[in-house]
Design a protein around this ligand. Structure first.
Ligand code: NAD
Ligand code: MG
Length: 391
């Protein structure tokens, strides 16, 4: 029996995780559920899944959560605040942690789970983008395993020989990340000037949280994933390619020196990657419809449009710059996406803000979590100033 903490339980990945867990009560139990401010949704999940601990990140909502649970007759410990969240990720109630908080807000709890040797299922790509070497060192020190939940990385993990091998020694030539191209594939820059948040969040193949949906529309999501792949699999930037594949059935590929290309396919449903990561190295049913290739539209592949979708170029630039440049890229992007979602920044200016912040803050070596957090703060401040000056 695996005792699972679902960090970010009220989100899209959180909901899919709980769906898979509920299909296998003999194997998995959700023992810890957390959320940011969605107190009603978290209470409902606790009523349904009966965890031992519920954590709400916003302390102002702890009393309301406790009241709702008591009224429903749910006997479950309640805690609140960032420190409680981090403690829960490392605590005794779980052996497995699904890191499904969005953005840099998930870094501390992800690191804490890694240090504590939990079986870490990583959806929170921003934490590995920001702190790749620190996170991998924490996993190694804690003695647990890290299994990627991001569908592309989960696909690559499945196409590689056993976990995190030496790519060169394994005969791997290239990792090929597929990208749907997002809702604006095929459009020119001038056609993207007046994009609204609603249009950007309408992804053709996946239903996801708003931040990652915008990242998918700008292709920053693929850029973050390139950096994620670099850290997870030890691949240099030159050995990572992006291939646009609008049907989202081929989730990524690994090319070997003998010309073999291995791919993982499946319907675009995150429960496949989540079930794989939860049960690994075994397999369990995920509730996902079987893939019927004969009934699918022809599979298309094309190179990404780097003139229109500059965020992908900026991410490669940050990866090559190394050090804390990916953390700066991530911080600037989070601020810019928030401003876009709030209606105060045009879609195309997201890349401008990220580019300006990267230019202002040249890469520095990452020393520890403290210096990284400070750099994240400085980059956010720079992004906010650039936003103010632009408006
Ligand atoms: P979401 O917005 O649907 O959910 C985010 C969750 O994080 C919610 O439970 C929310 O309460 C919690 N949260 C947000 N801010 C917080 C804070 N400051 N403190 C504590 N908790 C906080 O997001 P999502 O789409 O589920 O994505 C979650 C992560 O998984 C992201 O990093 C995303 O890039 C990654 N991911 C998502 C998908 C997908 O299909 N949705 C696929 C691959 C990777
Ligand atoms: Mg992905």
């Amino acid at each position: 029996m695996k005792n699972v903490a679902v960090l970010g339980a009220t989100g899209s990945i959180g909901g899919n995780t709980l769906d898979v867990i509920a299909r296998h009560p003999e194997r998995f139990r959700a023992t810890v559920l957390t959320a940011h401010r969605q107190v009603e949704a978290l209470a409902e999940l606790c009523i349904r899944h009966r965890p031992q601990l519920a954590v709400i990140a916003d302390p102002a909502l702890e009393a309301e959560l406790a009241r709702r649970l008591a009224a429903a007759g749910v006997r479950c410990a309640v805690a609140s605040g960032h420190a409680a969240l981090t403690a829960a990720a490392a605590g005794e109630l779980c052996d497995t942690v699904v890191a499904a908080i969005v953005g840099a807000a998930g870094l501390d709890s992800t690191l804490a789970a890694a240090r504590a040797g939990k079986h870490l299922l990583l959806a929170n790509k921003e934490s590995i983008v920001m702190a790749g070497p620190l996170l991998l060192a924490a996993v190694a020190a804690g003695g647990g395993a890290l299994v990627p939940v991001d569908s592309e990385h989960n696909a690559i993990f499945q196409c590689l020989p056993g976990g995190r091998p030496d790519l060169r020694a394994s005969g791997v030539r290239r990792l090929i990340l597929t990208a749907s191209g997002g809702p604006f594939r095929g459009r020119t820059r001038s056609e993207l000037a007046d994009i609204t948040p609603e249009q950007a969040c309408k992804h053709p193949n996946w239903v996801m949280g708003r931040k990652i949906s915008v990242d998918s529309a700008t292709l920053m999501n693929k850029g973050l994933e390139v950096i994620e792949a670099h850290h997870l699999f030890g691949a240099p930037a030159e050995a990572i390619d992006v291939l646009v594949h609008p049907q989202s059935l081929v989730h990524s590929l690994v090319e070997y020196v003998d010309g073999s290309v291995l791919a993982q396919l499946g319907n675009p449903d995150m429960r496949t990657a989540i079930a794989h990561a939860l049960a690994w190295p075994e397999r369990v049913e995920a509730g996902v419809a079987p893939l019927n290739l004969a009934a699918c539209a022809p599979l298309q592949f094309e190179p990404p449009d780097l003139t229109t979708f500059r965020c992908l170029v900026l991410a490669f630039q940050a990866l090559r710059a190394g050090g804390d440049a990916p953390a700066v890229l991530n911080a600037a992007n989070e601020v810019a996406v928030e401003a876009f979602l709030a209606g105060s920044l045009p879609f195309l200016s997201i890349a401008d803000v990220v580019e300006a912040v990267l230019a202002e803050l040249p890469a520095q070596a990452v020393v520890d979590v403290g210096t990284l957090a400070e750099r994240d703060r400085v980059a956010r401040e720079a992004a906010r100033r650039i936003l103010r000056n632009a408006c």
